[in-house]
Design a protein around this ligand. Structure first.
Ligand code: FES
Length: 113
């Protein structure tokens, strides 16, 4: 089944870059983003341990993804209903969704502090 993922990518300035692409059920958000040319910071390479690949789910809710595994819960907590955050490297897509992707530069700047 083909799904659509819409990426709203934060830019250095100006409006978010808006890009939609096809995805297959069972792919992670990071896999789809890579194929679409969307840059998501992935410091640990998906081990998962860095939590730098956070995206915010704007449409589709928790139902758009397979449930969180323990490794993701340990990094994000069990508060999706508040934060709407998922780890792109762990979030396995099962329905069409829209995610907001923070600017990787902002994540690097945050790490320097
Ligand atoms: S890439 Fe590090 S937790 Fe996803």
């Amino acid at each position: 089944m083909t799904l659509r993922i819409r990426f709203l990518c934060e830019q250095d300035s100006g409006p978010d870059r808006d890009l939609s692409t096809d995805a297959s059920a069972g792919e992670t958000v990071a896999q789809v983003a890579y194929r679409a040319g969307v840059l998501i910071q992935q410091t640990c390479g998906g081990s998962p341990s860095c939590a730098d690949c956070r995206v915010i789910v704007k449409e589709g809710g928790a139902e758009a993804f397979e449930p969180m595994e323990m490794a993701e819960k340990s990094l994000l907590g069990n508060v999706f209903f508040i934060t709407k955050e998922r780890l792109a490297c762990q979030a396995v897509v099962k329905k069409s969704t829209t995610v907001w992707v923070p600017n990787p530069k902002r994540i690097k700047d945050k790490r320097k502090k």
